[in-house]
Design a protein around this ligand. Structure first.
Ligand code: FMN
Length: 210
C-alpha cells in the first residue's frame, strides 16, 4: 500500500489498466468458435505483410518435437496472390460451388514449408497451423488450411528453396458459418443452406473412449 500521493495515483492507474485488460479479454472458446475454415473473403480488405508476420511470431512460440523447429514460412500478400490462386482447391466437398466464388478470393497466404522428413513434422505443422489461425481470429481475420494444391506449381511460382507442405489463406471473412452438433455415425461433411455454411462437429461425449 503506497502512503504518498504519487504512489497512490500509480496504484490507481495500475488497477485501472488491469480492469480494462480484464474486460477486453477474449475467451479461448470464442476464438475457437470464430475460427472456422473460411473460403470467401472481403477482397477490399488487403492483408498487410506485418499482419502475416505477426501470425508467424505466434507460431514461433509453439511446441516443436525435440525443439527442432523445422518449419519455414513464405508470406504472400496481394501482389503475389495471383501466383498461388490458380493452384489451390477450396471446398472439395462442395465441387458444384467452385469455391472461392468469383470476387471473394483470398489475397494473402502463409505457405508452410519444410524439407525435413520425420514423423513429427506433421505434428509440428498442426500445432503451428492452429496457432496461426487463432492469432488471425484474434486480429479480426480468418483463414483456411489448404492441403489440396499443386505442390510443384506453387514451388516454382514462388521460387521456393524448400518444399511447400500446407497453405493457409488469410483474410477478412465474408462468410456466415455455423457449427452443428452431431452424434457418432452422422455425416461429418460440411454443407451449405442458403447463405450459411454448416460445419458438423461430434459432441464431446462422443469423443470420449469409455
Ligand atoms: C490439414 C488440413 C487440410 C485441409 N485442406 C483443405 C483444402 O485443401 N481445401 C479446403 O477447402 N479446406 C481444407 N481444410 C479445411 C477443412 O475442410 C475444415 O477444417 C473442415 O471442413 C472443418 O471445418 P472448420 O475448420 O470450420 O472446423 C483442411 C483442413 C485441415 C486441418
Amino acid at each position: 500500500m503506497a502512503d504518498n500521493y504519487l504512489g497512490r495515483k500509480m496504484e490507481e492507474y495500475e488497477a485501472q489498466k488491469c480492469a480494462s485488460v480484464r474486460t477486453r479479454r477474449v475467451s479461448l472458446r470464442s476464438l475457437l468458435m470464430r475460427n472456422r475454415s473460411t473460403r470467401g473473403f472481403d477482397t477490399s480488405f488487403k492483408v498487410r505483410h506485418d499482419q502475416l508476420l505477426s501470425l508467424v511470431e505466434a507460431a514461433r512460440l509453439t511446441p516443436s518435437a525435440m525443439n527442432q523447429q523445422v518449419l519455414r514460412y513464405r508470406l504472400v500478400t496481394e501482389e503475389e496472390a495471383h501466383l498461388i490462386l490458380p493452384h489451390i482447391r477450396l471446398g472439395g466437398a462442395l465441387p458444384e460451388l467452385h469455391l472461392p466464388a468469383e470476387g471473394t478470393e483470398p489475397n494473402a497466404f502463409v505457405v508452410i514449408c519444410t524439407d525435413k522428413e520425420s514423423r513429427y513434422v506433421d505434428m509440428d505443422m498442426g500445432i503451428a497451423t492452429q496457432t496461426i489461425l487463432l492469432r488471425a481470429v484474434e486480429m479480426g481475420l480468418n483463414g483456411v488450411c489448404i492441403a489440396a494444391f499443386d505442390h510443384e506449381a506453387v514451388r516454382v511460382a514462388l521460387q521456393l528453396p524448400i518444399a511447400p507442405q500446407l497453405i493457409l489463406a488469410i483474410g477478412r471473412s465474408n462468410e456466415r458459418i455455423e457449427v452443428v452438433d452431431i452424434a457418432e455415425g452422422d455425416s461429418t461433411t460440411y454443407y451449405r443452406k442458403g447463405d450459411t455454411h454448416y460445419v458438423p462437429k461430434l459432441r464431446t461425449e462422443d469423443l470420449i473412449i469409455r
